[in-house]
Design a protein around this ligand. Structure first.
Ligand code: FES
Length: 86
């Protein structure tokens, strides 16, 4: 039974790590329709003034809208970047 307990503990530790990584990984695909990573979307934010302009520039969340909540979370996290390069 100790081996089972160790395996269960290890599994739950990995799950916590996966959750943290999924919210911070710049290379993670956010919009699968347009195959855009989180980093690509964040990189476009200084060149637009709003979420609407960000969608127009990157085409993020313009097809199935399945990534809408993730896109809004990402924008909320980096809202200070809007328009800084304009
Ligand atoms: S996954 Fe982003 S529009 Fe479909």
């Amino acid at each position: 039974m100790p081996a089972l307990a160790a395996r269960m503990f290890h599994t739950s530790s990995l799950a916590a790590t996966d959750v943290q990584d999924s919210t911070t990984d710049e290379q993670e695909i956010l919009c699968y329709c347009e195959w855009l990573t989180r980093g690509e979307i964040v990189a476009a934010m200084p060149y637009v003034r709003s979420l609407k302009e960000l969608r127009e520039r990157t085409r993020a969340c313009t097809t199935c809208f399945g990534c809408d909540a993730d896109l809004e979370d990402l924008v909320a996290l980096h809202a200070d970047l809007f328009g800084v390069a304009l």
